[in-house]
Ligand binder design. Structure first.
Ligand code: AKB
Length: 315
């Protein structure tokens, strides 16, 4: 049997380093290469690492071939807020890099590809509560447009060429090990750092803006569960809705207050409010639960306790 060898692209981002560690525990540290356009940071220095600009198709192919890679996790992308600063570049980076990876998977006969979609693929006329798996999708950000188009490309490569590509529509991901990079849901990470450092936080979304969110541990679990599932159980080949909790800034603040009683929050919505208002408030992920047995572990209270405990130990 062929040995599994994994390449993770975009490992320097919020999810990348934690997913790398999850992959180490399944396949062994020597069988996982993490890569990013930047030099390796933190824990990534402990494993195999390659500096890679995913827009350099030749280098990507060379890396895949010379290391006999069988699976690619492609996480590199501009997110919703930074994408709006340079829409053409967001389109080019997010779309072309995905096509390079899908083409490589087809041409080099890779076993599996993982690519993340997002709740940003939905839009203002999508049903907001318990957003179904199959529904209206009218994204208004360039990031969301690339996610919707990317979903269609994934399904195309699966149907036309049999590429085993799998995907999740992530909600806002919350972790404490790396700082987020340019998303609309980033407040829910930043708030913990500021609560510990300053006991106060100015939020760029309004108090009652509900968004679907997920703790990083669950996001890693969902990704690995999906990738480990037998192919016949993966019935959705665009991208699966995935969910664990939904809350607004006022709720996360009052949960933090239970641990830090003098914590205060103020609100100063900026351009990200319009983006947040176009997204679902909560997600119906029953397809993921029924098809390959998705189950989350963390709600808001458990996540807050875990993050504050770990961040408190770090400062
Ligand atoms: C963002 O806010 O852009 C991302 C996402 C929801 O995909 N966290």
């Amino acid at each position: 049997m062929k040995k599994t060898k994994v390449l993770l692209i975009g490992a320097g981002g919020q999810l990348g380093s934690e997913l790398t560690q999850g992959l180490w525990s399944i396949y062994g540290i020597d069988n996982v290469i993490s890569s990013d356009i930047k030099d390796p940071q933190g824990i990534l220095k402990e494993g195999r690492y390659e500096k890679l600009d995913v827009m350099q198709k030749d280098k990507l192919y060379e890396l895949l071939k010379s290391n006999d890679i069988t699976q690619v996790y492609h996480l590199a992308a501009l997110l919703s807020a930074t994408g709006e600063q340079d829409p053409r570049w967001a389109w080019k980076l997010n779309m072309e890099s995905l096509l390079y990876v899908l083409e490589a998977a087809h041409e080099l006969k890779l076993d599996k590809v993982y690519w993340p979609s997002s709740i940003a693929a939905f839009g203002p006329t999508t049903p907001k509560d318990s957003t179904p798996q199959d529904t209206i999708m009218d994204p208004t950000t360039v990031y969301g447009i690339t996610k919707l188009a990317g979903e269609r490309w994934c399904e195309y490569f699966f149907r036309r060429y049999g590429v085993d590509v799998r995907s999740l529509r992530y909600p806002g991901l919350i972790g404490y090990k790396t700082q987020p990079g340019g998303g609309t849901t980033d407040y829910a990470v930043d708030i913990y750092f500021k609560a510990i450092a300053n006991k106060t936080y100015e939020c760029f979304l309004s108090a009652d803006t509900y968004l679907p969110m997920m703790y990083m541990n669950d996001a890693v679990k969902a990704t690995l569960d999906l990738m480990e599932a037998p192919a016949e159980k993966v019935k959705v080949r665009s991208s699966y809705n995935i969910s664990s909790m939904s809350f607004c800034p006022a709720q996360i603040a009052s949960t933090i207050k239970k641990h830090i009683p003098d914590f205060t929050i103020t609100y100063k919505p900026d351009f990200r409010q319009t983006i947040a208002d176009s997204w679902p408030k909560s997600i119906d992920d029953s397809a993921a639960r029924n098809d390959w047995g998705w189950q989350h572990q963390f709600g808001l209270a458990e996540m807050t306790e875990d993050i504050l405990k770990n961040l408190g130990n770090q400062v």
